[in-house]
Design a protein around this ligand. Sequence first.
Ligand code: C5P
Length: 397
Amino acid sequence: MNELAGKNILVGVTGGIAAYKVVEVVSRFKKMGAEVRVVMTRAAAEFVAPRTFQEITKNPVSVEMFAGTVNFHVEHIALANFADVVLIAPATANFLAKAAHGIADDLLTTIVLATTAPMIVAPSMNTKMLEHPATQANLKILEGRGVKIIDAEIGRLACGTSGKGRLSEPENICAEIVKFFAPKILIGKKILVTAGGTIEPIDPVRFICNRSTGKMGYEIARAAKNAGAEVILISGNATAEPPSDIKFVKVETALEMREAVLAEYENVDAVIMSAAVSDYRVKNVASQKIKKSNETLTLELVKNPDILKELGERKNNQLLVGFAAETENVIEYARGKIDEKNLDFIVANDVSQEGAGFGVDTNIVSLIDRAGDIENLPLMTKAELAEKIIQRIAELI
Ligand code: C5P
């Protein structure tokens, strides 16, 4: 969880009720290892006490332009130079207007003019204020200047109405900052990721599935996107939230997944096959719901194509990464699969270990390459593991 170690984040909090949510954002930044300085407008300090941010960041919080420079000699310049990135959350309509037009009438807006660090803003306000042509024009001006806008969400607002204007969730805001800092090691590369479990129908209402939640593959897709790649995510059944700004293809059966993967295969630089593809499907899928008239029921299953093996046979220059989820002889089976499927490396996973495998946020794996070299990784989050896998891929292509 040290994704932001060594990074300096300046958080500007302006006067919206959503300021309280930014306490959570700042707390997450600290947990991820960032150095955080908070600057609040006077209005923001009406919603959340500066002391709250002070305690979390372990740094003084600045509000006033002429507070006697308790913190720095020339405070606005020192803070402007400190920042690797400036995050404004929540950003009010008033702040957006001032920032768009270069008005510097308080400490925060002065810092915004004085810094050369990139700026990310997360607006939050009443729907009508957000939709007002003036606010929309100001957002366009900022965007045109390279400012990243984290879109407000639709939902219930503090003013009692419903609509667009809710501050993006702390989790999303943090994900944007992590993305901002991720080294762009896959720029110009096209990466295909499969994830989730396939669904093999038995009759119109029943199917065979597995315990995959799609989490590992979705995190790989996210890490590849953050590294600057163009990403195609082909997903079977999954409960995880797909990343934004990628091509997302939803499939059900192994046969559908095969078709979707082959349609993209020629044009990609790497395939990471993390999907839990069902090895078998029902031979004769019943067209009507099967009745429980007999004491026993036998389903005849036929083998599904091994998609990854087929990719290995058709390989041109694509880098191929497979997953091996096993409950015994993990390394031995995984090594066998590298040869059998013509892989560049495999992520071997003993799913019987606590903290590994399906439905948990962590994993314990070994990365094994073609030469048979093994890197045993400790317990880590699937997001961290995804970054490791992406790093490996970047080194190889
Ligand atoms: O042979 P095994 O199923 O253990 O291999 C696992 C790897 O092969 C995973 O990367 C999985 O996504 C892929 N696979 C596949 N098609 C199948 C079964 C598995 O592509 N029918």
